[in-house]
Design a binder for this molecule. Structure first.
Ligand code: NAD
Length: 377
């Protein structure tokens, strides 16, 4: 099979979908690997490393049987995909179902990395998790770089320095990595999540879990969170208002799949925080957990630095690409044998990940959204 790896063209996207390590595996398995010139350069994977791995450097990697990307192809790039070819990328079909329809119309069989079902068996393919790990880590480093204080406690000739205090809101994949990173840097960390099951994981990382009786659990289907009732939300905001005042760093990662991020740090909480405090809002792209976050920007409001930088994985492109590429390799191992792709729709992971096939949108949740949009005119 001819596998194409284009250069990412989205603004500020520095990742590459396949790194030489994976390229070599695919080439050894008898595939022809075509890598667009310079595709990995921003992530520190130079063309010669791909050539040594058995790949061929080309000027256009879209004319392949299988095209593998990080970001979804632009309209111009979709037009370059061959009818009958396959595509793997973050297609975000639940956010933009019409895009999926375009791929179906183009006759492309598309698999989306953000649709991998969250099953134990699918963990090695879970690109949302691998990239959230990077984001959680980098969020803490960004906070450390802005904070006018040390993270660790220091005993120096100039006296003792108290450790920084960090609050992590949302203890999913990114939040847990943020907790671990802040602890490694020596901060005193506390965390909150509406799913009480994560309390033990938070404690195992050496952080305190904020206890509060919300009157309900935020645990929804499939291990994800669900939206809280108004009353529970009010109680949570009250708890976080107090915690935000007592911490130097607030890292927010709270998300509800398919919804706007809940506002947990309201505009009037920010002036009450200590001057010099830093908020890193990992939910900036989906509306922000802090009311004063500006997506894609670092702003200072009432003496508090609010970091709304988006696409943090792209700022650490070497490892985010390596992890993404390994996720892809695990997915390919499910359906690519002897250079032939066979999608077994009886396999839960494949069924959940395939968005379009045979000119149709076959992904159930995406198809439903399209139907609803069609019915609404
Ligand atoms: P996510 O990015 O959807 O959300 C981040 C966190 O925010 C979650 O922990 C959520 O509970 C929390 N949250 C939502 N609303 C909140 C609020 N109002 N206040 C505080 N916190 C709030 O989540 P994620 O990191 O993708 O992980 C979700 C779950 O999926 C976790 O249980 C994780 O262990 C599980 N998971 C399973 C697999 C697998 O089995 N393959 C892979 C990855 C994650």
């Amino acid at each position: 099979m001819r596998i194409g790896v284009p250069r990412e063209t989205a603004p500020a996207e520095r990742r590459v979908a396949i790194v030489p390590e994976t390229g070599a595996k695919l080439a050894r398995a008898g595939n022809e690997v075509l890598v667009e010139r310079g595709a990995g350069t921003e992530a520190s994977f130079v063309d010669s490393a791909y050539e040594q791995a058995g790949a061929r450097i080309v000027d256009d990697a879209f004319h392949a049987d299988l095209v593998i990307k990080v970001q979804k192809p632009t309209a111009d790039e979709v037009a370059k995909l061959r009818r009958g070819s396959m595509l793997i990328a973050f297609l975000q079909s639940l956010i933009d179902p019409r895009y999926a329809q375009t791929l179906a119309d183009r006759g492309v069989t598309a698999l989306s990395m953000d649709a991998i079902p969250r099953l134990t068996r699918a963990q090695p393919m879970d690109a949302l998790s691998s990239q959230a790990t990077v984001a959680g880590y980098k969020a803490v480093l960004l906070a450390a770089a802005q904070l006018p204080r040390f993270f660790p406690m220091l005993t120096t000739a100039a006296g003792t320095i108290a450790p920084a205090k960090a609050l992590v809101i949302g203890a999913g994949v990114a939040g847990l990595q943020a907790i671990a990173t802040a602890r490694r840097l020596g901060a005193v960390v506390e965390a909150f999540d509406t799913r009480p099951v994560v309390a033990e994981q938070v404690r195992s990382l050496g952080a305190r879990f904020l206890e509060i009786d919300l009157g309900e659990s935020g645990a929804g289907a499939g291990g994800y969170a669900k939206e809280l009732s108004e009353e529970a939300h009010r109680k949570e905001v009250e708890l976080l208002a107090k915690a935000a005042r007592e911490n130097d760093i607030v890292i927010t990662t709270a998300a509800i799949p398919g919804r706007k991020a809940p506002v947990l740090i309201t505009a009037d909480m920010v002036p009450a925080m200590r001057p010099g405090s830093v908020i890193v809002d990992l939910a900036a792209e989906t509306g922000g957990n802090c009311e004063l976050t500006e997506a894609g920007k670092v702003v200072v409001k009432h003496g508090v630095t609010i970091i709304g930088t988006t696409n943090l994985p792209s700022t650490m492109p070497y490892h985010s690409s390596q992890m993404y590429s390994r996720n892809i390799a695990s997915l390919l191992a499910l359906f690519l044998k002897d250079g032939k792709a066979t999608l077994d729709m009886g396999d839960e992971v494949i069924k959940g990940t395939v968005i379009t096939q045979d000119g149709k949108v076959v992904h159930e949740a995406t198809a439903k959204l399209l139907q609803a949009a069609g019915a609404a005119g």
